[in-house]
Design a protein around this ligand. Structure first.
Ligand code: ACO
Length: 377
């Protein structure tokens, strides 16, 4: 037995601090708590643009003119209907009662099967347009409800709410969802976006990259946190129970979902945008109880995280208010991460376009820490 001399210096577990891409799509400043999307601060873009405008911005580098926006909207709306293969696959998966994210990952792989000759832009529009249809179709079938066909007169956000609930949303709900989708559409080199860039950099097809990204997003350390974050608020139930319950969780070594971030060491700016959007929605519906409780829980959680993990700067991340906002829109917790995927797909695709332009395969090195044997016998 002998050892291999280490030739790979600079190993960074989790690639922390490593810059692995250049991008014009978004910039995250974790110390200042700033997020720029397509050149605009998230606070400016999220609550004012439609989702289609933000996608257009990321895919083309500029906001669309009125005519360009109409053309893009019409194109997406015309592509929403799933091909037969996707519908049949959804039906065949029903007996397994799979989580929605698993079905999204599986069916996304055949979402553009009817477009074999399409160029990358057409496939991109097709995938973006159809992810909401996959989620809503499976959701309703699994809940023994009739499937709602897409309504081409509605925009992307409103149509998704309509296909899930069967109700055409009011203006406040539509705006609430658009703000959410815009807020989370892109976020630097997060795990799922990195996964998409690694996959597309092999010059494979866009669908493969999106399927891989969906798989990465569904993990609880990435996009899977908002459901548990809301469950914690429900479990707490009233402000006086926040401290004992959170303390107990931290004593047990549990992680508080919706808190902490690899990059942000101050409050995630997206949390503020979504908190404001949620406040508006809850005020409109006249039910501010949950919103106020969440605020109390947030304050106690941050105080106790500092007590149990001093100096770690664990602050509220995007998932905490995602949960509240999507709950306010009438969504059940299992739809939170699929809705995140529907938004982030706009960013994944933009990153794929950007990565392909570099023409560069992503292939880092590993540091071998195993043994070397001289003989197998
Ligand atoms: N609750 C309790 N403790 C935490 C939390 C938390 N939410 N987050 C980090 N810590 C602790 C860790 O246990 C660790 O403590 P230790 O040093 O005593 O072992 C320390 O803080 C540092 O944690 P790391 O895991 O090194 O931090 P990392 O940068 O890898 O973690 C992550 C980032 C995964 C998001 C983490 O904060 C976490 O697990 N949060 C909860 C899950 C969550 O909200 N995920 C959504 C993230 S946002 C997004 O992806 C869209």
């Amino acid at each position: 037995m002998s050892t291999i001399e280490v030739t790979t210096n600079g190993y960074k577990p989790g690639l922390e601090g490593v810059v692995a891409a250049e991008t014009k799509l978004s910039h995250v400043d974790g110390l200042k708590g700033e997020l720029i999307i397509g050149g605009y601060p998230v606070e400016e873009l999220a609550s004012r643009a439609s989702f289609e405008e933000t996608v257009y911005l990321l895919w083309n580098g500029v906001l669309p003119t009125v005519d360009e926006l109409t053309t893009f909207r019409t194109k997406l709306a015309a592509l929403r209907t799933l091909p037969d293969a996707a519908n049949e696959l959804i039906h065949s998966l029903l007996p397994y009662r799979l989580p929605v994210m698993d079905v999204l990952r599986i069916v996304a792989g055949v979402a553009d099967v009817d477009q074999p000759q399409a160029d990358a832009r057409q496939r991109a529009s097709c995938l973006l347009a159809r992810l909401p249809t996959i989620v809503a179709t499976y959701w309703r079938l699994r809940n023994q409800q009739t499937v709602i066909q897409p309504d081409p007169t509605l925009n992307h956000a409103a149509n998704y709410l309509y296909m899930v609930s069967g109700q055409r949303p009011d203006a406040a709900s539509e705006r609430g969802l658009e703000t959410y989708l815009n807020t989370v559409i892109d976020h630097g080199l997060n795990a799922s976006t990195f996964a998409a860039r690694v996959i597309i950099a092999t010059q494979t097809d866009l669908t493969s990259a999106i399927v891989g990204a969906i798989g990465a997003l569904k993990g609880p350390l990435h996009g899977g946190a908002p459901g548990p974050a809301l469950e914690m608020v429900f479990e707490i139930g009233s402000a006086d129970r926040a401290e004992p319950i959170i303390r107990e969780k931290l004593e047990r070594g549990e992680r508080l979902m919706g808190f902490g971030h690899r990059i942000y060491k101050v409050r995630d700016p997206r949390a503020e945008v979504l908190s404001q959007a949620a406040a508006k929605m809850f005020q409109t519906s006249g039910d501010t109880h949950l919103y106020l409780l969440a605020k109390e829980v947030e304050a106690v959680a941050i105080r106790l995280l500092e007590e149990y993990k001093p100096g770690r700067n664990l602050q509220t991340n995007v998932e905490f208010y995602t949960a509240l906002l999507l709950h306010g829109l009438g969504m059940e917790t299992e739809l939170f991460t699929p809705t995140f995927a529907i938004a982030r797909a706009g960013g994944w695709i933009a990153h794929c376009f950007e990565q392909l332009e570099t023409g560069r395969l992503i292939r880092p090195q590993s540091k071998y820490v195993g043994k070397v044997m001289n003989s197998v016998r």
